[in-house]
Design a protein around this ligand. Structure first.
Ligand SMILES: C[S@@+](CC[C@H](N)C(=O)[O-])C[C@H]1O[C@@H](n2cnc3c(N)ncnc32)[C@H](O)[C@@H]1O
Length: 375
């Protein structure tokens, strides 16, 4: 029987109530003046066509960044321009009426029905509408992974990988895994790709958790679509905090986690999707201090990681190496490595990634750590 019944409060772009009367915009408006108004903190409401919004954003971008990217721009000045652009562009408003974008030649975006069942007429920021549109296209098309026979259809706001090195490593590792395949846990499941691999490779039950309710919705809906929802339970949980692990009644033969790979910048505002990329300062200590109690005696903990932080020149410690060095909670069984495939030529960050190595750490539980430690 499916246990996927806990109600989910899905994340969605916030409907905007403008603090002042918005100026209205159409394709005949003076784009220069509208861009200035956005930069001065005013709101602008598009009235005719979707393309008018694109034209205003183009003007705004030129205004903020200049028509050519300046080589003199250092990282800090680029970042502050990006913040100015982000704030101003989020004051450009799109009218939604009857859960449709009330503009000519606007895309049809199913998320307006799915994510806003409680409201029908409201305003959204133009960049947020662009995000909703692109995630709707991914949802309609589905995402294919080389390690799965079926596509996954991600809900808006759900992380899905676009590079597959960690999936290939996990696939190799699973091929030689000879332990029990009764219960597994996938912590930080995202779109659920690792959880579906586990089911596909013979694990009978998988508990998949994520801090992001939209990710949990993705896993539930895809499991239902695949007829697998009696074998997978998807729940919202901040690591092991929700208590479901105690209530689950069974310990796990395997816990897999592909955590965020970069340390979080404390000055940065983070949204739920950023939580897929950046880990909080206490993430790994909490993870390692709690994972052991969910494992069977011969259970295995598999952590996927990459040296992306170090190869990007950040002062990042390696959390798995740190754990093994400083604590006696887990012991290393093996570590598999794979040189990361070079990112596409279009990616600005490719230089940081040329030395990137993706790792799979197989660990076994030794002990609960120091007496008195929270478990
Ligand atoms: C790098 S993604 C991995 C997704 C997927 N497992 C994969 O391999 O592609 C990390 C995931 O961990 C989730 N996450 C981040 N912090 C978390 C936390 N404290 N508790 C649970 N999940 C968390 C993110 O929302 C994200 O979905």
């Amino acid at each position: 029987m499916s246990k996927n019944t806990e109600e989910l409060v899905l994340q969605r772009p916030e409907a905007i109530v403008p603090a002042s009367d918005p100026a209205t915009a159409s394709k005949k408006s003076n784009m220069e003046l509208l861009a200035e108004r956005l930069l001065e903190g005013g709101f602008v409401l598009i009235r005719d066509e979707f393309a008018t919004g694109l034209a205003i954003l183009m003007r705004l971008r030129e205004y903020v960044f200049g028509s050519k990217k300046s080589a003199a721009d250092d990282f800090q000045s680029y970042r502050s321009k990006r913040n100015v652009y982000r704030d101003a562009s989020n004051r450009l408003l799109v009218p939604v009426e009857g859960n449709r974008i009330a503009l000519k030649k606007a895309p049809a975006i199913g998320w307006l029905d799915e994510l806003y069942p409680d409201m029908s007429d409201f305003f959204l920021a133009f960049p947020q509408v662009q995000g909703l549109n692109s995630s709707w296209q991914w949802f309609l098309k589905g995402v294919r992974f080389p390690v799965l026979k079926h596509e996954i259809y991600p809900w808006h706001g759900t992380y899905f990988p676009t590079r597959f090195d960690h999936l290939m490593l996990f696939d190799n590792w699973l091929n030689q895994y000879s332990g029990n395949r009764a219960v597994a846990m996938d912590i930080g499941t995202g779109c659920g790709v690792l959880a579906f691999m586990l089911l596909d490779r013979g694990f009978k039950h998988v508990l998949a958790t994520d801090i992001n309710p939209n990710a949990v919705m993705t896993v539930r809906e895809n499991a239902r679509h695949q007829g697998l929802d009696d074998r997978i339970e998807a729940r919202v949980s901040n690591l092991f905090d929700s208590g479901i692990f105690d209530g689950y009644g069974r310990k796990s033969d395997l816990i897999v986690c592909n955590p965020p790979w970069l340390p979080m910048d404390p000055d940065r505002d983070t949204n739920l999707l950023d939580m897929a990329i950046y880990f909080e300062p206490d993430f790994f200590d909490r993870f390692f201090s709690e994972a052991g109690r969910c494992l069977n005696e011969n259970g295995r903990l598999v952590v996927l990681f990459s040296n992306l932080g170090q190869s990007a020149g950040m002062e990042a410690v390696h959390p798995v190496e740190e754990e093994l060095k400083n604590n006696r909670r887990f012991g290393k069984v093996r570590m598999l490595q794979r040189k990361a495939k070079a990112p596409s030529k279009k990616t600005r960050r490719r230089d940081h990634r040329k030395d990137e190595v993706v790792e799979l750490w197989e660990l076994r539980f030794l002990s609960a750590g120091l007496p008195g430690r929270r478990l």
